[in-house]
Design a binder for this molecule. Structure first.
Ligand code: PLP
Length: 216
C-alpha cells in the first residue's frame, strides 16, 4: 500500500548527529534546509560553523534528542522546533526562556507508546492533561506530537505505534487542540510512517550513511 499524500505536507528533517559540518554544508548545497541534532552541546558548536558556511540559506534546526531543563535555555536559543518536550516542568522552563528573548518557541510533545524503560516521553494517557496544563504558556506553541517506537527490523511491526500516535493526535484535536504535526519515522521505516500520517520524518542513515555505534 502506498499512501495517497500531498508530499508538500511532509517535511524531511535530515538528522546530522555525528555528521561533520562540512558534509552538512554540502547537503545545504543539495537543497536540504531542515536539520536535526540530538544534543544541545554538539549543536552549539556545529550550528554556527554551518551558518557561516551557508550564508544566505534559511536553515531550520530541530532538536530531536532528550532535553534536560538545565540545557533548555541554550536549546531555546538554538532550535526552531524542539521535538522532545515530555513534562510540564520542561515546557514551563522553555516558556520562561523564550519569554526572556521575545520568542515563541515551537515544540512537539514526545509520547512514549511502549513500556521500554530507556525511552523518553509522556504516556499517551497524559497527553490531554499536558496540553491543558501548558495552554496558558504564552511563549510556547505545541505544534504536534513526536514518538520514537521500539526498534524493529520489520517496519510493519512499527506501524501500530505510528497509528497510535495519529489516533492520540486526532483525539486531542477533537478536544479542541490545534495539533498539526506528527514527527515519526526514521531511515528504515519512514515510508510506513508516511502511510500512517507522518508530517515530519527524521532521516539520518539513509542520507549520510551508517553512524558509529557508541554515541547518540
Ligand atoms: C538518530 C535519530 C534519528 C535518525 O535515525 P536514522 O535511523 O539514522 O534515520 C531519528 N530520530 C531520532 C530521535 C534520532 O535520535
Amino acid at each position: 500500500m502506498k499512501a495517497e499524500r500531498d508530499l508538500t505536507r511532509i517535511r524531511l528533517v535530515a538528522v546530522t548527529k555525528q555528521v561533520p559540518a562540512a558534509m552538512v554544508c554540502a547537503a545545504v548545497d543539495c537543497g536540504l534546509r531542515e536539520f536535526g541534532e540530538s544534543r544541545v552541546q554538539v549543536a552549539e558548536q556545529k550550528i554556527p560553523v554551518i551558518r557561516a558556511g551557508t550564508v544566505g540559506a534559511d536553515l531550520i534546526w530541530h532538536l530531536i534528542g532528550p532535553l534536560q531543563k538545565n540545557k533548555s535555555k541554550k536549546a531555546v536559543g538554538l532550535f526552531d522546533l524542539i521535538h522532545s518536550v515530555d513534562s510540564v516542568g520542561l515546557a514551563s522552563a522553555i516558556n520562561g526562556h523564550a519569554s526572556n528573548i521575545g520568542k515563541v518557541q515551537r515544540v512537539l510533545l514526545e509520547v512514549k507508546l511502549s513500556g521500554e524503560e530507556s525511552k523518553h516521553g509522556l504516556d499517551g494517557d497524559s497527553v490531554i492533561g499536558f496540553l491543558e496544563a501548558v495552554q496558558g504558556f504564552k511563549n510556547l506553541e505545541v505544534e504536534g506530537l513526536m514518538t520514537v517506537p521500539p526498534f524493529s527490523e520489520d517496519p510493519q511491526e512499527t506501524r501500530p505505534y505510528f497509528k497510535k500516535l495519529r489516533e492520540i493526535r486526532d483525539m486531542a484535536r477533537a478536544s479542541g487542540f490545534r495539533l498539526r504535526e506528527l514527527s515519526m519515522g526514521m531511515s528504515h521505516d519512514f515510508e510506513v510512517a508516511i502511510e500512517e500520517g507522518a508530517t515530519i520524518v527524521r532521516v539520518g542513515t539513509a542520507l549520510f550513511g551508517e553512524r558509529k555505534k557508541e554515541a547518540a
